[in-house]
Write a protein that binds this ligand. Sequence first.
Ligand SMILES: [Ca+2]
Ligand SMILES: [Ca+2]
Length: 415
Amino acid sequence: MKVKIFLLALVLFIVMGSVQAMAAPKYNTFERPARGSAYTLAQWGIDGWSAPWDFGMSTRTWMDGYNFNHSGGQSLRVFYPAGQIDPPNSGAQAPFDITPGQEYYLSYWVRFSSDFSWGTTEHAGKLGLGLAGGGACSGGIPCTGYNGFTSRMIWRAGGQAAIYYYHMDDAGQYGDYAILKNNGADIYYPRGTWVNIVQRLKVNTVTAGNANPDGEIQIWYNGVSAANITGLRFVRNGDLVDKAYFSSFFGGATSAFAPQNDSYIWYDDLKVSTNKNDICELSPGGCFTRTFQAESYNAMSGVMTETTPDTGGGQNVGGIDNQDWIAFTGVNIPTSGRYLVEYRIATPNDGGKLSLDLNGGATVLGEINIPNTGSFSTYRTVSHEVNISAGTYQFGLYAVTGGFDINWWKITKLY
Ligand SMILES: [Ca+2]
Ligand SMILES: [Ca+2]
């Protein structure tokens, strides 16, 4: 009996240990939700992101499938109304649960609206997601080592970029901040273009209830190290990084911090992982991506090429009937993993379906429904996610159900 209990305990230990070690990276390309709708906390949950509460997700977020995206055809737009500050009235906030870990990497792409207002007479706001743990100490509350910690991105006057963090040794009542720098020069967020932010946070070790000063925060801006803070004490207890904390709003304590005009921030390609290798933005050369013009196929069955009405000009492939295909040979996939595959399509027909195959249909990577875009001259980008092992392949785009045109298609490594 004792042996059985011991074995059960051992099995549980191994299972739980492997769950901890194998915690899958979390990501969000914002491609699934219906475009033009709010991205509510329930919708986040469908995509694997759960939080106990939120501000603004149902009232100030919008799935943008019309204007801007970093990948695919959609991104998350967050609204910051003119004259408003603080989470109940500005931006969005939700502390998303992640598997507790000593060290985490968090990556996302962000785009400020082209007339984004940094504030009125005072200038500060919180941007996107940060990392936090335990009681998520913030808001002017002293961090005791028993009430957790937060580390979030902020903007200051003119869009000056900084990391704002609450730890046990805060210099004043509020958290400390460090300005992001590139070769010694302060970094300012640009308006109207996508930039990538990566944060790494390592919680300090604890010896017999004492916090050792070995916690770290590191920030990369467009893949280049922009802040590296060491010697930090966050906790005296067992708290780990357990939240990817969406925390973005204007303020500041007074309406002097409010935006002077309605302002927006777009977010895309959110990832969180305990493993740096999952953050391809930090790899040499960034995230592998390759675009193929549809008309540049190496082999085909049943299709024709024609001048495209899509933006950018050139040609597209048309005349695609059921079971027609185009193939692309010698395509090298450098690393195994999860890939986003995008297709630029147009059709006035319902019910289109495309299959992405390897080596003449020997492997079906996935199928995607092709939506009715209204006409053959109204192009739209649709996408799906597939797993691909490293190797060199012939890729085939096979029309399970035809009736649509394709201008180009594109593969991008997710993680
Ligand atoms: Ca996207
Ligand atoms: Ca083309």
